[in-house]
Design a protein around this ligand. Structure first.
Ligand code: TTP
Ligand code: MG
Length: 195
C-alpha cells in the first residue's frame, strides 16, 4: 500500500485478530522501506516479551530489531534527524497519551505505521485502537482462519485451561497458542459469571 508514498506525514493502521499476520505485514512494509532506502525506527511496548526483548517477531520467527518503549515520550526521544518513518507494533498496549504523540509525529512529517489488535478477547475495541483507526489515512484489516469452522476469523478467543475466558477477566494476558485461538464471530465464546 504505497498510496501516500512521497507525501508528508500520514498514519497507517494494520489491525485484526491474533494470528492474522499483522507483524508479518509490518515486516513487509519494513522490507520495502529498506529497498527504498528510507530511514525508520521500529518500536514495541515493553509489555510484550514474546520471543525476544528487542525484536518484533512474527509467528514464522522472522524478525527485525525493535526498541522496547513504554510511552510516546520515549519514542520521541529516540527519533533523530534521519528518521522518516515510525513503526509501532502492538500499539493497543499503549495508554491514551500515545494518540497525541502520533498526531505530533504526523504533523512533523513522519510516516507512522501502527500494528495492533482491533478487539480484545471479549470482542470489545482494544484500548486506544479506535482512535488510531480514526486517525489513520490507510487502514488494513487482516483476518485469520477460524480454528473451529475454517471461515475468516476476526476475533481472538482466549482459552484458560482449554475453556473460554470470562468477560471480567483481566484484559492483558501476553501469550499465544497456549492461551489464544483465532475465531470467527459465530465461534467466538465469552463466558459471563452468574449473578
Ligand atoms: P498479536 O501480535 O496481535 O498476536 P499475533 O502475533 O498472534 O498476531 P499477528 O500474527 O497478526 O501479528 O499479539 C497480541 C498480544 O496481545 C499477545 O501477547 C496476547 C495479548 N492479548 C492480550 O493481552 N489481551 C487480549 O485480550 C488479547 C486478544 C491478546
Ligand atoms: Mg504480532
Amino acid at each position: 500500500m504505497n498510496y501516500y508514498e512521497g507525501k508528508k506525514g500520514w498514519v497507517e493502521a494494520i489491525v485484526g485478530p491474533m494470528f492474522a499476520g499483522k507483524t508479518e505485514e509490518l515486516l513487509r512494509i519494513i522490507r520495502r522501506m529498506d529497498y527504498a532506502h528510507k530511514k525508520y525506527l521500529v518500536f514495541k511496548p515493553k509489555i510484550d516479551n514474546r520471543y525476544s526483548e528487542s525484536e518484533v517477531v512474527s509467528h514464522n520467527k522472522r524478525g527485525c530489531k525493535a526498541i522496547p518503549v513504554s510511552s510516546g515520550e520515549e519514542i520521541k526521544n529516540h527519533l533523530n534527524k534521519d528518521t522518516q518513518a515510525i513503526v509501532i507494533d502492538e500499539v493497543q498496549f499503549f495508554d491514551d497519551s500515545i494518540i497525541d504523540y502520533i498526531k505530533e509525529f504526523v504533523e512533523e512529517g513522519y510516516r507512522v505505521v501502527c500494528g495492533g489488535l482491533d478487539t480484545d478477547f471479549r470482542g470489545e475495541p482494544f484500548g486506544i485502537i479506535g482512535s488510531v483507526l480514526a486517525l489513520a489515512e490507510v487502514v488494513t484489516k487482516l483476518t485469520a482462519i477460524c480454528t473451529v469452522c475454517g471461515e475468516l476469523a476476526t476475533r481472538s478467543q482466549r482459552l484458560i485451561n482449554g475453556k473460554p475466558a470470562y468477560y471480567d477477566d483481566p484484559i492483558i494476558l501476553v501469550g499465544e497458542k497456549e492461551s489464544y485461538e483465532a475465531r470467527c464471530r459465530c465461534c467466538h465464546v465469552v463466558l459471563r459469571r452468574n449473578g
